[in-house]
Design a protein around this ligand. Structure first.
Ligand SMILES: [Cu+2]
Length: 268
């Protein structure tokens, strides 16, 4: 029985390690300026934690076999534990967790705590059950006011975000259900939610942030390759959560300007 346990434990360890080493399920290609740094940190974490995992499972399998029923090893006896060992692995774990936190801090801070550059492209991203809406301030560079009592998700677009059309600054605001951004420009995301907590996730941009009702969360990223990238909600937010996805289209500056001008023209 001990031998069977050893084989089963080692097999599970080997097979699960294989999927990570062979990268059978891995992140899609990174297409933002921060992606390389985030991926590097991600790989470091996996190597460190993977080594600990494999070592622990190998030891577990070995002990299951060595102390099997009827083995020649001495009988089990009660022990209160080993203080030195407990202190050692608590310190090692703390060093690992605090170390990884410190190592990743600068990446997080650069997207979250450093304010976006002044010429960043602003996009207000609003999550609601069960859709994403993207608002652009238009040529005046100012977002118009919104009012909760004007919110009507059934209308889609401007009505869905509750745009106050009597506000002058709102006249040139563009609301889209697809996110368009120009390549190689910093994109300032202003993240909102109308109802419950959603999570705005664009895997290719390595961008993921919760949208919390009552908060306008500012973050930014810089796309470095044109293309269509899937975006989704990464927070189980209700029955229709599965369909809360959309598309991020990273295009050239000219294409972006053309798209914005066409939307402005449609409004007039
Ligand atoms: Cu959601």
């Amino acid at each position: 029985m001990g031998l069977v346990l050893l084989i089963v434990i080692w097999l599970i360890t080997l097979i699960s390690a294989y999927f990570f080493l062979a990268k059978t399920w891995w992140l899609p290609v990174g297409a933002s300026a921060a992606a390389a740094g985030i991926d590097h940190h991600f790989s470091t974490t996996y190597i460190l934690m993977g080594t600990v995992f494999i070592a622990a499972q190998v030891a577990l399998g070995y002990c299951a076999w060595k102390y099997r029923d009827g083995s020649s090893s001495s009988a089990a006896r009660y022990t209160h534990g080993n203080n030195t060992l407990e202190i050692a692995w608590t310190i090692l774990t703390a060093v690992l967790f605090i170390g990884l936190n410190l190592a990743s801090g600068s990446i997080w801070a650069s997207e979250r705590f450093r304010p976006a550059v002044s010429n960043a492209v602003q996009v207000e991203v609003t999550g609601m059950q069960f859709a994403w809406y993207f608002r652009y301030p238009g040529p005046d560079g100012k977002f118009g006011g919104t009012k909760p009592e004007l919110i009507d998700p059934s209308t889609g677009g401007e009505g869905a975000v509750g745009l106050d059309t009597t506000d002058l600054a709102s006249k040139d605001d563009i609301v889209s259900s697809t996110m368009y951004v120009p390549v190689n420009r910093e994109i300032e995301v202003i993240l909102r939610s109308h109802d419950v907590i959603h999570s705005f996730f664009v895997p290719n941009m390595r961008f993921k942030q919760d949208a919390v009702p009552g908060l306008a969360i500012h973050m930014h990223f810089t796309p470095i390759a044109t293309g269509d990238y899937e975006l989704t909600c990464a927070e189980l937010c209700g029955l229709g959560h599965y369909k809360m996805n959309g598309m991020l289209k990273v295009v050239s500056q000219e294409e972006f300007d053309k798209w914005l001008t066409a939307r402005e023209a449609e409004k007039q």
